[in-house]
Design a protein around this ligand. Structure first.
Ligand code: GAF
Length: 391
């Protein structure tokens, strides 16, 4: 997407030239899935697929918002003084949620604004299109009005928007990755302390390929919230005999010693995934730092199996993509990424095998699943900021 195109689109919508353009990335998670609301580690990086916003201040208190991704919905108009959730405001509820919490934190906005938004992340693909829009809103408003609010605070308000405004009890991984990422790096984030380390993802001989199953199950949010509840229940039972605050505090060894207190098999499986995935994430990051990509790939594969068998958030399409990828030449590892119940998998592949890999995977997927999957080469990106020149 070129800045001139975005500016032209803004002009077409609002009849004047816009001032400023912002970009907020999407994310892939290399490993560490469903650990963020369990006080565990995650290892995501931001990607150049993301959300652009062209914005200009208005003289009144109205907000006029248009999304190039929802042309049929047209312009959504609301007021900085009335920021409650309204179903009919559709995608703009992400904006409203952020603005609501930003006002709570940094005071009322002095004016409204006109904004044109365009996203390159496919919706429902588990690449964090929501967090991308939340952080885009945050950074645009912060810069436009010169608000005194840090990027980390915006990250936290993004999570509040999900949890309190939209009702998804997600952890902080997506907003953190989208807000704080550094190009060419993945962040090993401890979701207990919010301390993180940017680890170089330097893969001159490999590409990370995103495989979009083009599938999204119904009831994703309620299934997600249920997983979180099950982990909380398992933790409560463990706390009757071990002194821990989160599942992320438990080593695999301690978990194996005390997990007999969890009588329900589903709860046991959920907790087992959370504890093992947490340890695996730390070990995988160590392997990457040490340049042992093959070992990293093996951790990716094990992560997928655990998400399938213990956490039960994979679907036949994402299982097919990962499991078929494991058998292809030049593949180091593959796993589902994000919340699951459809969405995307990622695979790390040797450069000279990438084209053959994509062609083979496309054909196999279509034959087995009866519809197309999409494939994109992932490029890492910096966190949300004023215009950058990603194409
Ligand atoms: C979704 C959530 F938003 C994240 O917080 C995280 O839990 C992820 O699913 C699973 O790792 O993306």
């Amino acid at each position: 997407m070129k800045p001139e195109q975005l500016r032209q689109e803004f002009k077409r919508q609002f009849d004047y030239e816009a001032d400023r353009i912002f970009f907020s990335p999407g994310r892939i998670n290399l490993i560490g899935e469903h650990t963020d609301y369990n006080g565990g580690k995650v290892f995501p990086c931001a990607i150049t697929m993301g959300t652009y916003g062209v914005i200009s201040m208005r003289e009144d208190n109205e907000i006029h918002a248009v999304s190039g991704n929802f042309p049929d919905i047209g312009k959504i108009v609301f007021n900085t003084k009335e920021l409650s959730f309204k179903k009919s405001d559709n995608w703009a509820n992400y904006l409203k949620g952020m603005l609501n919490y930003i006002e709570e934190k940094a005071g009322s906005l002095p004016n409204g604004f006109d904004v044109y938004i365009y996203g390159t992340i496919p919706n429902g693909a588990s690449l964090s299109s929501s967090a991308s829009l939340e952080l885009l809103t945050g950074i645009m408003v912060k810069e436009l009005f010169g608000l005194k609010i840090s990027q980390l605070e915006l990250v936290k308000l993004g999570m509040r928007t999900e949890n309190e405004f939209l009702g998804l009890n997600s952890g902080i991984m997506d907003q953190f990755a989208v807000g704080m990422a550094k190009k060419d790096h993945a962040m090993l984030l401890d979701t207990n302390t919010l301390r993180y380390e940017q680890i170089p993802v330097d893969l001159p001989d490999h590409k990370i390929v995103i495989m979009n199953s083009m599938t999204r199950r119904e009831l994703v949010d309620s299934e997600y919230n249920l997983r979180r509840q099950q982990c909380a229940l398992a933790l409560e039972q463990l706390q009757t005999i071990v002194d821990v605050q989160t599942l992320g505090d438990l080593s695999v060894e301690t978990f194996e010693k005390y997990n007999y207190v969890i009588k329900d098999n589903d709860l046991l499986k959920r907790a087992r995934h959370a504890v093992y995935e947490n340890e695996r994430t730390e070990q995988a990051a160590e392997a990457l730092k040490a340049g042992d990509l093959d070992q990293f790939g093996r951790y990716m594969n094990t992560s997928h199996k655990s998400l399938d068998e213990d956490y039960e958030v994979t679907v036949k399409e994402t299982d097919f993509l990962s499991r078929t990828a494991w058998k292809q030449k030049g593949v180091v590892g593959a796993r589902m990424t994000g919340g699951g119940f459809g969405g995307c998998c990622i695979a790390i592949i040797e450069n000279d095998q990438v084209n053959t890999f994509i062609d083979t995977m496309k054909d196999n997927f279509k034959n087995e699943m009866g519809h197309d999957a999409e494939f994109y080469i992932a490029e890492t990106a910096d966190g949300a900021r004023e215009w950058v020149t990603y194409e």
